[in-house]
Design a protein. Structure first.
Length: 402
């Protein structure tokens, strides 16, 4: 049976070049980077090389990159660290309703500590109203935290414009770039980004590794204590194999970004057009063109997303219904609901995210299998059959009137 992996926004396979490097750091260059002997110095060199590679990808300085256990920790470090370090200046934070739970839940936790958070609504295509953002800023606003690309629907948010607004108002600007890092061009200086979160396993490196970019001079408090690693911003022995893997993956992503974006955009559009053409009562979620290359999210009416995923899996196709971190929940996506999509339609959402291994033959296979699965599921749906009956009755009435 053909196997097609279309869940690259959840995680990616590790690149062969990265595997080879990781093996070296697991078996040969295994020293503690804080040790002064040769084993430690070799490990430290690997960590610092990775820091340079990641910094180069976003036009930052190497000393502004701090390694974490992943994107979630980086988000927490950015938001809580900023709040704790700047609370004498103000206690107001601005974010959006469609953020990843690593941001939303962190902001909600700060509300319990006396902070105020404005959760900006979004447009039906998951874009934001910049004028509404401007009007939400207060004298005590200390942080704007916003994702670059929405992980569920793929819409690209206007980060450069938001960064300019934040800079003019003297507000710290944090960007959750977990989905865009290594896939879209990022210049932290041009975009006026003060803090940026990224994750290794989204770009063909290892799980359990991420980073936080902190612009020099940005006031932020540490979350952990007990060591001097990462210049006391994030103590604890560094995950050297994960870090060097992240660095190499970032370097390779930068070299291939333009060509890969062009390739994935063509496959993405073919998949979107094919679904909309072959399956009735389907809507595309997110902006039609201003979206991440390789990202497709549709709502298919009159079916349950969970049943759809199970039947796709039986055909060898791996997809998801939204964020991987909430895939075990039966609740509809908070992102789709914030976009104004009704519960009954949001429940039929399907996210397919393409990556390096995705081929045109994979897309053709999905377009062959998906319509058949949808037809089968709808044939068992009382709601769909009721809708067809109503339509037939309406057509019959129209014929009689003529």
């Amino acid at each position: 049976m053909r196997r097609v992996y279309l869940d690259h926004s959840a995680t990616t396979p590790v690149r062969p070049e990265v595997v080879q490097l990781v093996n070296k750091y697991l078996t040969e260059t295994f020293g503690n980077p804080s040790s002064v002997h040769a084993f430690g110095r070799e490990a430290r060199k690997g960590v610092e090389t990775a820091r340079e590679q990641i910094a180069a990808l976003i036009k930052a300085k190497p000393e502004e990159i701090f390694f974490t256990s992943g994107g979630t920790e980086a988000d927490n470090m950015a938001i809580v660290g900023t709040a704790m370090a700047n609370q004498t200046k103000g206690k107001h934070i601005i974010t959006t309703q469609i953020e990843h739970h690593a941001v939303l839940d962190t902001c909600k936790s700060l509300i319990k500590q006396g902070f105020e958070v404005t959760f900006l609504p979004v447009n039906p295509d998951a874009t934001i109203d910049l004028e509404l953002l401007k009007s939400s800023i207060r004298d005590d606003t200390i942080l704007i935290t916003m994702m670059h690309v929405n992980n569920e629907v793929g819409t690209i948010l206007p980060i450069k414009e938001v960064g300019q607004i934040a800079k003019e108002k003297g507000i710290i600007f944090h960007v959750d770039a977990v989905q865009s890092f290594g896939k879209l061009p990022i210049d932290v200086n041009e975009m006026n980004i003060d803090l940026l979160s990224a994750s290794g396993h989204k770009i063909y490196a290892l799980k359990g590794t991420g980073c936080l970019y902190i612009r020099k001079g940005t006031k932020i408090a540490p979350l952990f204590f007990g060591g001097s690693q990462e210049r006391k911003r994030r103590p604890g022995t560094e995950n050297v194999p994960g870090i060097v893997a992240f660095g190499l993956a970032a370097h390779l992503a930068g070299q291939e970004m333009e060509a890969e974006a062009e390739r994935l955009t063509k496959l993405r559009d073919k998949l979107i057009d094919g679904i909309l053409e072959k399956i009735p009562n389907v809507q595309l979620n997110g902006h039609r063109t201003n979206r991440l290359p390789g990202h497709v999210n549709v709502s298919i009416r009159y079916i349950e997303g969970e049943s759809l995923l199970l039947m796709l899996d039986m055909k060898g196709i791996a997809a998801s219904s939204g964020s991987a971190c909430t895939s075990g929940s039966l609740d509809p996506s908070h992102v789709l609901l914030a976009m104004g999509i009704p519960h009954e339609i949001a429940h039929g959402s399907l996210r397919m995210t393409l990556g390096k291994g995705t081929t045109e033959e994979d897309v053709d296979y999905v377009l062959e299998v998906l319509p058949e699965i949808v037809e089968k599921l709808r044939s068992m749906s009382p709601l769909y059959n009721s809708m067809k009956l109503e339509n037939n009755e309406e057509c019959s009435k129209c014929t009689q009137k003529r």
